[in-house]
Design a protein around this ligand. Structure first.
Ligand code: SAM
Ligand code: GLN
Length: 278
């Protein structure tokens, strides 16, 4: 089969499940023949041999089954960096770049601060902050050893000496320490949320936080208190409809200067808080 015919057929089959069927088809075919995308435009008449065709079919079938492109190709771009991902890590979301942006707004260029990223997954947030603030030390934690292995790999690829990955439950690996900024994109999906069907390829432990989706946010609001330095910031990503619940949780735990920020789609997504009178 010619390359252009393979793409046309794939686009038809992907259009039901993907908003970017053409792009997906091109990328999967490029992965199959190990060529850049420009090759497809320059050599549409090239023939796919049997072996290549069956490899392409295998990748295509995974995508048709709803697997995210990031898992099929093994990486996803975040904050202009290509990060490895695996089924043990959440696929980093563009809206999470807001959390990075807000953290960078508060961390001066020449700061030598201790920063904590709780539930780092692929390391997306920690690595992005570390790259922009080379004098800061970033500690990245996760309960999942498999996710942390990917995060460590990403730290190594990014050539960053200022990120340390530690395994454990929320703040347990950093007990007794003190941080200027604590960021987290914890699980916040409700256990009964219908959207979970679409997210079935991603780890449940990265997504679900009890019946109301707030279990982990409640834990972080409490556990962050003893490890935040005076005048430090806590920055939490949450669901678009959780703004007022998160504010209540933080107020109940005596956080102050609570402010919520909108993501690129205009949804209230990250709540920032501080503590006064410590
Ligand atoms: N920070 C990454 C990102 O934004 O792409 C991943 C966020 S994902 C929504 C939440 C992460 O929290 C997952 O990597 C998961 O393994 C981790 N996690 C879940 N429960 C945890 C716990 N009890 N202690 C520490 N990490 C946990
Ligand atoms: N933003 C993710 C989604 O619903 C959820 C990630 C999370 O629970 N932190 O696609």
């Amino acid at each position: 089969m010619r390359l252009d015919a393979a793409v046309a057929d794939a686009v038809k089959r992907l259009s039901h499940i993907s908003d970017s069927a053409r792009l997906d088809a091109d990328i999967l075919l490029c992965q199959t023949i190990d060529m850049p995308r420009s090759y497809l435009f320059a050599h549409p008449e090239d023939e796919l041999d049997e072996l290549a065709l069956s490899r392409f079919e295998h990748l295509l079938q995974r995508r048709i089954d709803g697997e995210p492109m990031a898992y099929i190709i093994g990486s996803r771009e975040f904050w202009s960096r290509e990060l490895l991902v695996s089924p043990a890590t959440l696929v980093p979301r563009p809206e999470t770049e807001l959390l990075v942006e807000l953290a960078l707004q508060e961390i001066p260029d020449d700061a030598q601060w201790q920063i904590l990223d709780l539930g780092t997954g692929s390391g997306a947030i920690a690595i992005s902050i570390a790259g922009e603030r080379p004098l800061c030390n970033i500690t990245a934690t996760d309960i999942s050893a498999e996710a942390l292995a990917i995060a460590r790999e990403n730290v190594r690829h990014a050539n960053l000496a200022n990120v340390t990955c530690l395994q454990g439950e929320w703040t347990a690996p950093v007990a007794g320490r003190s941080f200027h900024v604590i960021v987290a994109n914890p699980p916040y999906v409700r256990s009964g949320d219908e959207a979970l069907a679409l997210l079935r390829h991603e780890p449940r432990i990265a997504l679900v936080a009890g019946e109301d989706g707030l279990d982990d946010l409640r834990i972080l609001a409490i556990e962050s208190i003893p490890i935040l330095s005076t005048d430090g910031w806590l920055m939490l990503e949450h669901g678009a409809d959780q703004q007022s619940d998160v504010a209540s949780i933080l107020m109940a735990a005596s956080w102050t200067e609570i402010a919520c920020h909108n993501d690129i789609a205009g949804n209230p997504r990250v709540t920032v808080a501080r503590r006064s009178g410590k």
